[in-house]
Design a protein. Structure first.
Length: 522
């Protein structure tokens, strides 16, 4: 469009050039003047420059109070500045509001902004904080507004020092207690990174920048001369084409949750998920249709399966962290991949199973919800979430270790279709002759029980349930489940009670009793 304006001699092109030069000059001044050393990183927003300028201009013992977008406390680009203020005890108050059309009627309802009060030199014992406020007077509610110390900021976000998003005082108490007990995935607060797992993160293919590599089904047939060879793969003279997974295609432990359908009339979001029907999920031969197939460049996406998680999310969704093992390492940036064997180059199925179980645990999701401000589960957030380290899976529950319990459940939840046979084979799910066994039958009832057992196990491993104080642990678990209101509404409507919560509490008793295979009714 810009080129067309230039060719046509449209005076609007001159206006565009003026604006472009002005933007470039502003960026150059911000980054090279020396006045904005902390907040001139990444995509610069003028509000952040205003914040840093205010910090520089106020006298050392003075105070700054500003109304800014919430990103000043949560964005990675602002983390160096906010860490200095928050973990240095210079933060006096942080009140975070959700617009909801209450404060600014002409601004989107979900827009979030903060009142931030800080000082360059003065220090404070703790910062009074509140999040998701919908009225100014809510900051007087002692359950919603509470002090957060500099140590707490550093503990829950050791790499960035950014602000967590505690809705209530109890959220803060539960979350900080978990951080006291467990390591984060990758701790970068020291001189060298300390990883609980040898993890590598990858966004394999960018849905915009790599689109020239993608082919639709029609393009495969007509332009590439390709033919289907089974497993949603195609072959052509140029080589094999594999399906390109997107975040919208998966749900927890389910790589066939939805096909992608394209509506050309929807200009903003033409590709939409079409959820699998119960009959399709029950058919081990059924495969979800992707929007695109790809012939991966040499060295990329050649693994027979991979672990990915949905990038697009929100702390108010049904679930915030959703992970699945897929039968292809070809995934777009909306389904980032996690490699737990970066030095080997081939996936370790047992490690993927354990990590998938951890990522989809309710207690892990509870903590993740305290970190996500926007619509993306960024890697810098995932690195700072507490995980169960490999050694903890040796804990015994009767005759079975935690690792055995998790691997068996994740295998059954994942291997529901023939295209996941390589994963099942590598997990040792074979007959006496070494042939892979048939997929597990898709059974919603059975899957609900398996996930409840996994939740129960992780509540114990995370220390939320302590056999020394079972009443307090069960009360905390009930509270954590209450922070997933959509799940509670759905299950109450379907069963008359919060079924997954009650099943998890029952499975905790079987695990503590040393009977991990005990049958639980309900």
């Amino acid at each position: 469009m810009i080129k067309a304006l230039d060719t046509a001699g449209d005076p609007l092109f001159a206006d565009y050039e003026t604006a472009d030069r002005r933007a470039a000059d502003t960026l150059r001044i911000a980054r090279k003047s020396g006045h904005y050393p902390l907040l001139s990183r990444g995509d610069i927003n003028l509000y952040s420059l205003f914040v840093e300028r205010a910090h520089a201009l106020v006298r050392p013992g003075g105070m700054v109070g500003l109304l800014t977008p919430s990103g000043i406390a949560s964005d990675l680009s602002a983390s160096e500045f906010f860490r200095k203020v928050a973990t240095g005890s210079h933060l006096k108050a942080l009140y975070d509001f959700e617009n909801k059309k209450v404060f600014f009627p002409d601004v989107h309802a979900s827009f979030k902004f903060s009142v931030i009060v800080f000082s360059p030199a003065r220090t404070f014992p703790a910062a009074n904080c509140a999040f998701y406020l919908h009225a100014v007077d809510e900051r007087k509610n002692t359950d919603q507004a509470f002090p957060i110390t500099a140590a707490d900021f550093g503990r829950v976000n050791p790499n960035t020092g950014t602000a967590p998003i505690f809705r209530t005082r109890r959220d803060m108490a539960l979350t900080t207690a978990i951080y006291d007990r467990l390591p984060v995935l990758v701790d970068r607060s020291g001189p060298a990174p300390v990883a609980a797992w040898p993890v590598k993160y990858a966004t394999m293919f960018h849905m915009t920048n790599d689109s020239h590599l993608f082919r639709t089904k029609v393009e495969l047939e007509e332009a590439e001369g390709a033919w289907p060879i089974g497993g949603n793969r195609w072959q052509s003279k140029a080589g094999e084409w594999v399906q390109l997974y997107e975040g919208k295609m998966v749900q927890a432990f389910d790589h066939r949750a939805a096909s992608v359908v394209v509506n050309p009339e929807n200009l903003n979001r033409p590709a939409q998920p079409l959820a699998a029907s119960p009959a399709q999920s029950s058919d081990a031969a059924w495969l979800a249709d992707p929007q695109f197939w790809i012939q991966p460049p040499p060295g990329l996406a050649r693994h027979p399966y991979a672990l990915g998680f949905k990038d697009v999310t929100a702390p108010t969704n049904v679930r915030t962290m959703i992970a699945a093992i897929t039968p292809s390492g070809a995934a777009g940036n909306t389904l980032p991949l996690i490699d737990l064997t970066p030095d080997i180059g081939t996936p370790d199925p047992a490690k993927l199973a354990l990590f998938a179980g951890n990522l989809n645990a309710t207690v892990y999701d509870f903590v993740a919800r305290q970190k996500v401000q926007g619509q993306h589960l960024n890697w810098f957030i995932v690195e700072q979430l507490p995980v169960i380290p490999p050694v903890a899976y040796t804990r015994l529950f009767g005759a079975k270790s935690a690792a055995e319990i998790v691997k068996a459940a994740v295998l059954e939840l994942t291997y529901t279709a023939h295209d996941m046979a390589p994963f099942a084979r590598d997990m040792g799910h074979v007959d006496a002759a070494g042939e892979v066994l048939p997929p597990f039958v898709w059974d919603d009832e059975r899957r609900l029980h398996l996930r409840a057992k996994l939740d129960a196990l992780y509540f114990i491993l995370y220390g939320v349930y302590d056999p020394a104080d079972p009443a307090a642990g069960r009360d905390d678990i009930r509270y954590i489940y209450s922070t997933f209101p959509i799940v509670e509404r759905q299950e109450t409507a379907a069963y008359g009670f919060y079924r997954s919560r009650d099943l998890a509490l029952a499975y905790i008793n079987t695990l503590v009793a040393g009977q991990p295979d005990a049958a639980v009714a309900g």
